[in-house]
Design a protein around this ligand. Structure first.
Ligand code: SF4
Length: 386
């Protein structure tokens, strides 16, 4: 009996469960099917284990199984399993897996599906998650958007584990938001995520902040980045600022471009206007049938029918999936030998499955040389018979 060996130690046992993945196949190899997990949970309790942690089984070589990226698994995908285990034992049961918001966590506890919520990525995004909830400021929690970019990808690449939404993450000892030596009037151009974060940090340091945004909405390019399938979860990162900025000394000038007349009213100006799309200098680039991915995702341009997407980087591939999901017959043309090179491999299998599902044609090692009225001309950079 475990407890007789370590009577003063709390023993939490991670109970990894393999879950169904289509017909006759399972996600995760290093765990138990639910029926065996139910028997084993009771054995563990009898052995003196203090708490059980219900989680997706892993060791499949695919981190996306246990740390699913946005849109690749339902929210709270292990909750029904923890509920089942909890019904069988009297020791506390915790659960993890895409429980993103304080409200969702509260619901899991309230409906008796678990006693404790396990948070992983959420604590990288906001280490004060629990403290804010305890203080009654749940809406000020910065919630993880499940991009897996700063955390899971970096773990896999043996790089520094970080969070793309929390610049202090990993630097808590050296990066602290401290009061500024003198208070300044600061203008920020652009209400995308970089501008909003600059506003938050500047205001916390005691500065008077004014954000100029030429559109009538905050969010910047996340408003279009969140349009393709599965990407809408990115908007959680913007929701955080709509909650915290009104409590700070930040003035919004929406629908107003920053001009040279504004310049002298401020001590500092921070330019946070984001990236631009590149225009490919080929004959036919100005034809009316040519549209930028930016305009397509912003719904300023409507395209339909046979569509060639030039460029198989993330923007191109996501735009291709978006258009294919809306009924377009899509071909991706990519100069490199592979598409979506920068994509997280926790997302890539889902992305490629969807492209196949929509019958998206992929032409790699092909350089665009001309756009015609009803076709595109490409030069193959290597002969691969496509
Ligand atoms: S990098 Fe992305 S997935 Fe990872 S903790 Fe931050 S927001 Fe969440």
């Amino acid at each position: 009996r475990l407890k007789t060996i370590v009577p003063d130690m709390v023993i939490d046992y991670k109970l990894p469960i393999v879950t169904p993945l289509g017909e006759n196949s399972f996600r995760g190899k290093g765990g138990l099917p639910l029926d065996e997990a139910c028997i084993f949970a009771k054995e563990l309790e009898a052995c003196g284990v203090d708490t059980l942690h219900v989680a997706q089984a892993n060791h499949t070589g695919n981190m996306g199984d246990t740390i699913p990226a946005m849109g690749t698994q339902p929210y709270g995908f292990m909750v029904s399993y923890s509920k089942k285990i909890k019904e069988l034992v009297s020791i506390p049961v915790s659960v993890v897996g895409r429980i993103v918001t304080p409200e969702a966590a509260e619901a899991v506890i309230t409906n008796g599906s678990a006693d404790i919520i396990g948070l992983g990525r959420s604590l990288l995004t906001d280490p004060d998650f629990a403290n804010k909830c305890a203080d009654g400021h749940c809406c000020n929690v910065r919630t993880c958007m499940m991009c897996n970019k700063g955390c899971t990808d970096n773990i896999q690449n043996r790089a520094f584990l970080s969070c793309v939404l929390n610049a202090e993450n990993g630097y808590e000892g050296s990066r602290q938001i401290t009061p500024a030596a003198s208070t300044k009037n600061i203008a920020i151009i652009g209400a995308g995520i970089a501008g909003l974060e600059a506003a938050r940090v500047s205001a916390l340091r005691g500065h008077h902040v004014t954000i100029f945004e030429k559109s009538l909405q905050i969010g910047g390019q996340l408003l279009i980045a969140s349009v393709p399938p599965r990407k809408e979860e990115m908007m959680r990162s913007i929701n955080y600022y709509t909650n915290v900025l009104p409590e700070l000394d930040v003035t919004f000038r929406l629908g107003q471009e920053f001009t040279s007349q504004d310049y002298n009213s401020f001590d500092e100006v921070i330019v946070a206007t984001g990236a631009n799309n590149a225009i490919i200098p080929v004959p036919g680039k100005d034809l009316p049938t040519v549209a930028s991915a930016w305009d397509v995702l912003a719904k300023k341009e409507i395209v339909f029918g046979n569509v060639s997407v030039i460029g198989g980087g993330l923007v191109g591939v996501e735009t291709a999936e978006y258009l294919a999901s809306r009924g377009c017959k899509v071909t991706i043309i990519e100069m490199m030998d592979q598409i979506a090179k920068e994509e997280s491999n926790t997302i890539l299998p889902t992305l490629m499955r969807e492209l196949e599902h929509y019958n998206v044609q992929i032409v790699t090692s092909a350089k665009l040389s001309e756009i015609k009225d009803d076709s595109v001309v490409v030069e193959k950079t290597i002969d691969d018979n496509t």
